[in-house]
Design a protein around this ligand. Structure first.
Ligand SMILES: [Zn+2]
Length: 330
């Protein structure tokens, strides 16, 4: 008894013993549908398998695609963080500059150089571990880690510096009480120390102080403790007060409208005492206060002696005005 022999791809036959011949098998329609559907199903599965293999080799599995998207968002966020880090770094540098230029210089302490503040930063090998990531990710990770480390170091050095300044101040309280440290009037700087164009004489000459904005009658304060040396008319200075502070310091306040009650040579004053009122006496372009700081008679830039009541931002702004304004009010 033989089974259905296969003669070609389309038809099956069976052997009819009574007729002694091969007879084609007639499949029912349902059987044909099942047969064709099976063929399509198998083809579909094979094709889907090939498709998934190709997709996986180029775009990645669904889990990989999700990770790539997440990675993209993280790199973008890190790039945004770079801006914040840059801003903080600039602010710390500005603080370090003020620390050196004002606090440490004026107090007679050694400034901390930029190199010292940056010491040990920039060893690129520490971040070589990021090299295995994609280029944009490795770059932003290295940049962020490096800059955060640098900021951390600068902050630590700044903390040490401030604590040194505090100790120095506590040990030198008496001398510092006699060091100019505040603004002589509540006003902004209009013109700075150095060679300036004289508004009345129309020539460039040395401007030995700072000009502050002050309308007639604005209170003028003694900037450190001291003893009044002079309080009278003095030629182009108009009404002038000069104070002797000891430790080599003198301060001068010019173009005053009037002197405060009791201000005369020999009178002791404290920092912040009202000594006079501003005006426009003497050779001036208009009402303002001309303020000088002298060390053993030699004029120095008073901008460095305002540290007691200026924020770093105010100091920067005063310095900018002071440098940019080419003419004085005298
Ligand atoms: Zn002046």
């Amino acid at each position: 008894m033989s089974d259905n022999p296969r003669m070609d791809s389309q038809k099956y036959f069976y052997y009819d013993e009574n007729a002694c011949e091969l007879v084609p098998v007639h499949y029912s329609t349902v059987e044909k549908i099942i047969y064709n559907a099976s063929l399509w199903l198998i083809t579909g599965i094979v094709m889907a398998g090939i498709g998934i293999t190709i997709l996986a080799s180029t775009a990645g599995t669904p889990a990989e695609i999700a990770l790539k998207a997440e990675n993209h968002v993280l790199v973008q966020q890190l790039n945004k963080t770079k801006k914040t880090i840059t801003t903080i770094d600039t602010q710390i540098d500005s603080l370090a500059k003020t620390d050196n230029e004002i606090y440490r210089s004026v107090l007679g302490m050694k400034p901390i150089s930029y190199g010292e503040r940056e010491a040990g930063v920039g060893c690129a090998d520490i971040y070589a571990k990021f090299d295995s990531y994609s280029d944009p990710a490795a770059h932003v990770l290295k940049w962020t880690a490096g800059n955060l480390e640098s900021i951390q170091r600068k902050i630590n050095i700044q903390k040490v510096s401030f604590s040194e300044i505090k100790n120095y101040y506590n040990k030198n309280k008496v001398r510092l009480a006699h060091t100019p440290a505040i603004r002589p009037v509540k006003g902004i700087v209009l013109s700075g120390f150095g060679m300036r164009y004289h508004p009345i004489l129309h020539l460039r000459r040395m401007h030995e102080g700072l000009d502050f904005r002050a309308s007639v009658g604005t209170p003028v304060y003694a900037t450190p403790d001291g003893v009044i040396k002079y309080a009278s008319r003095d030629g182009t200075y108009g009404n002038l007060v000069e104070i002797n502070h000891g430790y080599g310091f003198q301060t001068r306040y010019a173009h005053l409208s009037k002197f405060a009650k009791g201000i005369r040579p020999g009178k002791k004053v404290k920092r912040g005492d009202i000594i006079a009122y501003s005006g426009d006496t003497g050779l001036t372009e208009g009402p303002h206060l001309h303020y000088e700081v002298r060390i053993n008679g030699t004029p120095v830039n008073p901008l460095y002696y305002l540290f007691g009541d200026l924020t770093p931002e105010e100091y920067s702004s005063f310095k900018k005005i002071s440098n940019e304004n080419t003419s004085s009010l005298d």
